[in-house]
Write a protein that binds this ligand. Structure first.
Ligand code: ADP
Length: 398
């Protein structure tokens, strides 16, 4: 089956056309600066590689139309007509507690996705635009929603509740939802596979460390706790997000600076994390470089990032009463040997020892980074959220 995977942001539309039998990416790219001017990128498996070509895209509709026109173009396209696309799989960030599985999108589903938009105001409205646009352009093709939150719907109440008055949960569904679920699911399955551990009786910890970062405890194949919360702000210190912080400190700062809630949220989401700590960058390459030049704050940012990953890993080992394997994934997890080394260094107590050579792994490389003597292995597993969305979409419509 050829599945078109769409990940729609407020001013972007990422796409991949995937053949789910061979799991080959036939074509992929991104429409950027939608609503501003429009930049188009397209790469296919015949060697066509168009990088950042200006193309007028006043709305997502023109963007999606251009993607379809390019995919079906007689010269550079990879399919003859739209009919060859069996279904469109949409990444949807927040499914609240309504969606624990992918769903075929109809009016009822769209209404429910719209209702949880309050919980992800930056993401869900853009996802809905992507769905509506594809419905309009491809009215006979099934549209499927795959939710970032779905994998975490198996968490027990003690993991997902906040210790707040219960009425906020009852009335407003205030609870932990967790994110990066598609990635945590994909990587946990692969980790069990490469380690030869049966998923149904396994204790795995997945560290998805990218611009946004989260750690998940996967027990017998199911998410039982994860570090992100009601929104993707909680947990680890991230590129620009604070992660866990005492709300008392936030009130203190708000009073001192005379900031209102939107300003506070902007500060916590965009000006904090390793960027806020270092004052240098949210990119880990810059942090290592400036630390090497003697920048103390870059050092604190890096140490703190690793420390928090380690703390969550430790907590999830306790929660699962052990662990069989750990995986690192996403931009930092797949590329930053320094971060991996820092985390693994403190897990020697349970028989996990770093293999320094294997740990030099970079993008796209799936590799075990612990020594053969290690009792518990750690792996780098490149994530592939698009492939997971394509697989789940094909399974549902197939
Ligand atoms: P997003 O969450 O935005 O999708 P990614 O998973 O692509 O992010 O991760 C992006 C981050 O990965 C960058 O901000 C950077 O810090 C980190 N990164 C990418 N390449 C490297 C590298 N070679 N070494 C260290 N960090 C890297």
């Amino acid at each position: 089956m050829d599945i078109l995977v769409i990940n729609c942001g407020s001013s972007s539309l990422k796409y991949q056309l995937i053949n789910t039998e061979t799991e080959e990416v036939m074509a992929k790219g991104i429409c950027e600066r939608v609503g501003v001017d429009g930049i188009f990128t397209y790469k296919n498996n015949d060697g066509v590689n168009m990088k950042k070509v200006p193309f007028d895209m006043p709305t997502h509709k023109e963007a999606a139309q251009h993607v379809i026109d390019t995919l079906t173009d007689p010269e550079i396209g990879v399919i003859k007509s739209l009919e060859e696309i069996s279904a469109v799989g949409h990444r949807i960030v927040h499914g609240g507690d309504k969606f624990s599985e992918p769903v075929i999108i109809n009016d009822e589903v769209l209404k429910e996705v719209d209702e949880v938009s309050e919980l992800a105001p930056l993401h869900n409205p853009a996802n809905i635009i992507g769905i509506r646009t594809c419905q309009e352009l491809m009215p006979n093709t099934p549209q499927v929603g795959v939710f970032d939150t779905a994998f975490h719907q198996t968490m027990p109440p003690e993991a997902y509740m906040y210790a707040l008055p219960y009425e906020y949960y009852e009335k407003y569904r205030v609870r932990r939802y967790g994110f990066h679920g598609t990635s945590h699911k994909f990587v946990s399955r692969r980790l069990a596979e490469v380690c030869g551990i049966p998923l149904e009786t396994s204790k795995l910890i997945i560290c998805h460390l990218g611009g946004g970062a989260s750690v998940t405890a996967v027990y017998n194949g199911e998410s039982i706790d994860t570090s992100m919360g009601l929104t993707p702000l909680e947990g680890l210190a991230m590129g620009t997000r604070s992660g866990d912080v005492d709300i008392g400190a936030v009130e203190f700062i708000a009073k001192k600076k005379g900031m209102d809630f939107p300003e506070i949220m902007n500060m916590l989401n965009k000006e904090s994390g390793v960027l806020g700590l270092s004052g240098v960058s949210s990119d880990f390459r810059d942090l290592w470089n400036t630390r090497a030049e003697g920048n103390v704050r870059s050092g604190i940012a890096l140490d703190m990032f690793c420390y928090r990953v380690l703390k969550y890993v430790g907590a999830y080992i306790a929660v699962m009463n052990g662990v069989d394997a750990i995986a690192f994934t996403a931009g930092i997890g797949e590329n930053d040997e320094g971060v991996r080394e820092e985390v693994i260094r403190n897990l020697s107590y349970m028989g996990m020892f770093l293999d320094g050579d294997a740990n030099q792994a970079r993008y796209g490389k799936e590799v075990c980074i612990t020594t053969p003597e290690s009792r518990i292995p750690a792996w780098v597993i490149p994530t592939d959220e698009e492939l997971e969305i394509a697989r789940e979409t094909a399974e549902l419509v197939g």
